[in-house]
Design a protein around this ligand. Structure first.
Ligand code: NAD
Length: 401
């Protein structure tokens, strides 16, 4: 028998479907009596929020609203959210918004429970214990934060994005209602969708979970394997079926549903398997160009894939098939995968080169060195990433070839 090892981390419950936001209030009532609702500013003035507050009250839950969430989540705003949670005496957090709002709720829950500064928790498994339960309700289809153990913040002092990863950050419940994404403009749909596709592909091709990882406290719940492979592949199929249509026709609920389903599956996959080089190299690109995370990873992904191809031929052939390609020769299929991904992403308006987003050519070496500082992601890449290799990927992304 072939030895098989697989791990998966996930929320206790995931509810998916159009209109399912109606479940927020009754599910909150099962967890607490005082809810802090952390919302995206665009939602703060919407009738949706007023309806949620009323529904919570009817379910016996008092609520307060915190809406001061800035995209890409600069650390400076997080303490204020934690102060609001403490002052209100919140025993449950409801995050309704994109990844920035959900990650705000996660980091707020950590500071409220354990004190200190956000930077105390940077990296893997630094959160010392449980935090208040979080109900995560995404309004973009991309980050997968509703199901992951990760929060990503922008550290203004170092001018970089930093991750906090801990099982205690996994939301207790994810409620995924694709109707909430109908208002996303094409730019947000494209950036968040590119992020989701990158999660699925990097999870599928990430370092594998092995027998040896079971004895290592840092690795026991990490690594790609059969669970995450199935989720990632289905995510790619669902995103390929939905994302281009959702971008062209924002009001197409079927396309929105497929895109959100793909994004949540991709979140489940990378929440255990992790991401890799495209995410590591996006950090300096995002910091230098102030472009969103999704645009950066989408732009870099085909170039990282070309670098990783020799080590992951079978996975790349499956990616090409999931994207609709057909060929008898598996190697030929695999070799087409980076180009197919690039076509899909360019088709939804993801820029074609680093030059196009204004990244200065003379800073490519700096970006390569900075990207390698994200050691956790770099070590998860299937092919070792030297500084020269990182520079070659960035040069190719600069030219857009
Ligand atoms: P976002 O939350 O930053 O929101 C982007 C913009 O879209 C904002 O202006 C917001 O107001 C708007 N918006 C959100 N929902 C909308 C809707 N339904 N209609 C209209 N406008 C809407 O975007 P995002 O891509 O969801 O999140 C990005 C953040 O998530 C980044 O900080 C990224 O690093 C992080 N991230 C986190 C994880 C994780 O696992 N925690 C994974 C990947 C990325």
């Amino acid at each position: 028998m072939v030895e098989m090892y697989a791990v998966l981390r996930s929320p206790l419950e995931i509810v998916f479907g159009a209109g399912r936001r109606a479940a927020i209030a009754p599910m909150t009532a099962e967890l607490g009596r005082r809810a802090l609702i952390v919302v995206d500013p665009f939602l703060a003035t919407s009738p949706e929020l007023a309806q949620l507050v009323d529904a919570l009250a009817a379910a016996g839950v008092e609520s307060a609203v915190y809406s001061d969430v800035v995209p890409e989540l600069p650390t400076r705003g997080i303490a204020a959210c934690a102060d609001a949670a403490r002052a209100f005496g919140a025993d449950v957090l409801i995050a309704v918004g994109g990844g920035s709002s959900i990650d705000m709720a996660k980091t707020c829950a950590v500071l409220t429970a354990h004190g200190g500064r956000v930077s105390d928790y940077y990296g893997e498994r630094r959160v010392p214990g449980p935090v208040a339960p979080i109900i995560a309700v995404p309004t973009t289809a991309g980050t997968g934060s509703e199901v992951t153990p990760v929060a990503v913040v922008t550290d203004e002092t170092r001018q970089v994005k930093v991750g906090i990863s801990s099982p205690y950050l996994i939301p207790r419940i994810a409620i995924c209602d694709p109707e909430l994404t109908l208002t996303c403009p094409p730019g947000v749909t494209a950036a968040s969708g590119a992020d989701a596709l990158c999660h699925a592909i990097e999870a599928l091709t990430a370092r594998k979970h092995t027998a040896a990882d079971g004895a290592d406290a840092d690795r026991v719940f990490m690594g790609a394997g059969p669970f995450t492979d199935s989720l990632a592949l289905e995510a790619i199929r669902s995103l390929a079926a939905g994302l281009p249509r959702a971008w062209r026709d924002p009001g197409d609920l079927d396309a929105r549903s497929r895109t959100m389903y793909g994004a949540t599956l991709a979140g489940l996959a990378f929440g255990t398997a992790g991401t890799a080089a495209a995410h590591a190299l996006q950090y300096p690109i995002g910091a230098a160009t102030h472009t969103s995370h999704g645009i950066g990873v989408g732009l870099l992904l085909p170039h990282v894939m070309a670098h990783n191809l020799p080590a992951r031929m079978p996975e790349f052939a499956r990616i090409a098939t999931a994207l609709g390609a057909d060929a008898a020769d598996q190697d030929e299929l695999a070799a087409r995968a980076p180009h197919l991904v690039q076509e899909l992403l360019r088709g939804i308006g993801i820029p074609g080169s680093l030059a196009e987003i204004g990244f200065p050519r003379e800073r490519l070496a700096w970006a390569a060195a900075e990207g390698l500082r994200a050691r956790r992601l770099v070590e998860n890449n299937p092919v070792p990433l030297s500084e020269d290799a990182a520079l070659a990927i960035l040069e190719s992304a600069y030219a857009g070839s």
